[in-house]
Design a protein around this ligand. Structure first.
Ligand SMILES: [Zn+2]
Length: 374
């Protein structure tokens, strides 16, 4: 109870008000199973929803001291994070897309705790989860898979020159230019203001990309590492688990067996994940590892807190089908670009809203062709 009362004191009236607003917004989104636990403090006629916001970040307490972190939109973060608050220290999972985005996260964590950050964990090496690493002050240990270190250390080439980073980042100047044209052409003051804000966020993002200096984990694991964080109730077991290659060569899920929560990074998303450097053929079996865990909630690298596990089966089925269909195209001599236009995955459209017709992300097909060729 002391912790909760402290939490109230630290929140301040402004945040309390914001928290209630957030709770109501979430309740209106019935399609998402947002957890809206109310803390009832004896002797106080007050209830607190477990969502707290800074200007740039939204923190949702999924279990005591376990915070699911999303961006509010004022800073381009591109991915989710998780913060685990203990009695003496804090562990952060994933660092967002730029040093500026992670600085905003570091500045925001004070709305939930004053415990110093001790560890940063990278779920995988991708830019949108790890290019904020450099903002974490010297002395904070960065933990990730050996593959994540190999990629971010530059030992096997510069990630800033690879297609995964470039295919997402190269279009940003065009996005900015396009928004500039839209702002100039818009006469309605309200719509103009909205566009100007989007333009500001994208310009800031573009400038922030130039600052990126890929920073690798300094502590690595191959298959498993367990941390025990001191919490008021004793200790929190934090398992870092690598079940095999999947979305990248070094995906790590962060599993909390006592809380029955798992942070899945991009290995498992509510929708279809990027596959441009994935191991599409091994991914479904790797997801069997995730399914072997005992959890009630899964926190994806993009999207909301999830409780339904059906999407895991659905995604395994999609991946196996995509592998089969692409293999048929490959063996019949169809080019990767043509295959990307022709492959029809609409038999999965009930499970994945983004499938609206024939055709697949060409980056996924090029990658599968590469795997079939090697
Ligand atoms: Zn990713």
């Amino acid at each position: 109870m002391i912790r909760l009362l402290t939490f109230f004191t630290n929140s301040g009236d402004h945040n309390l008000l914001k928290a209630f607003t957030m709770k109501n917004q979430f309740n209106s989104k019935l399609s998402y199973a947002f957890l809206t636990i109310l803390f009832f403090v004896p002797g106080l006629a007050i209830a607190q929803a477990n969502v707290v916001e800074s200007d740039s970040h939204r923190f949702e307490e999924v279990a005591q001291g376990v915070w699911f972190v999303t961006g509010t939109g004022s800073v381009f973060t591109m991915s989710n994070a998780m913060v685990l608050v203990g009695e003496f220290d804090t562990l952060v999972v994933d660092s967002h897309v730029t040093p500026a985005a992670s600085r905003a996260l570091l500045d925001s964590i004070s709305v939930i705790t004053d415990k110093p950050i001790r560890y940063l964990v990278n779920s995988h090496y991708h830019f949108d989860h790890a290019h904020g690493n450099q903002s974490f002050p010297e002395g904070i240990e960065i933990i990730g898979h050996e593959f994540t270190r190999m990629k971010l250390s530059g030992a096997n080439g510069n990630v800033l020159e690879e297609s995964t980073f470039k295919s997402f980042s190269d279009p940003v100047p065009a996005t900015v230019a396009n928004l500039e044209r839209q702002v100039a052409a818009e006469s309605d003051p309200a719509r103009k203001a909205t566009l100007e804000e989007r333009l500001r966020v994208q310009r800031d993002y573009l400038n922030a990309i130039a600052e990126v200096n890929p920073t690798p984990p300094n502590i690595t694991l191959e298959t498993k590492m367990t941390l025990f964080q001191v919490v008021a109730e004793g200790s929190r077991e934090i398992q870092l688990l690598h079940f095999g290659r999947a979305h990248t060569g070094g995906d790590v899920v962060i599993y909390l067996p006592q809380e029955k929560i798992v942070f899945t990074g991009d290995m498992m998303l509510p929708g279809l994940a990027y596959m441009g450097d994935a191991h599409v053929d091994e991914w479904p079996d790797t997801l069997d590892g995730l399914k072997s865990l005992n959890f009630d909630a899964w926190l994806p690298g993009h999207g909301p807190v999830m409780r339904n596990k059906d999407p895991i089966d659905n995604f395994q089925s999609y991946l196996r089908d995509l592998w089969t269909k692409t293999g048929q195209m490959y063996r019949s001599g169809v080019s990767a670009e043509q295959a990307a236009e022709q492959i029809d995955m609409t038999n999965h459209s009930d499970n994945f809203a983004q499938i609206r017709g024939a055709g697949v992300d060409p980056r996924a097909i090029r990658r599968i062709y590469q795997l079939l060729t090697d």
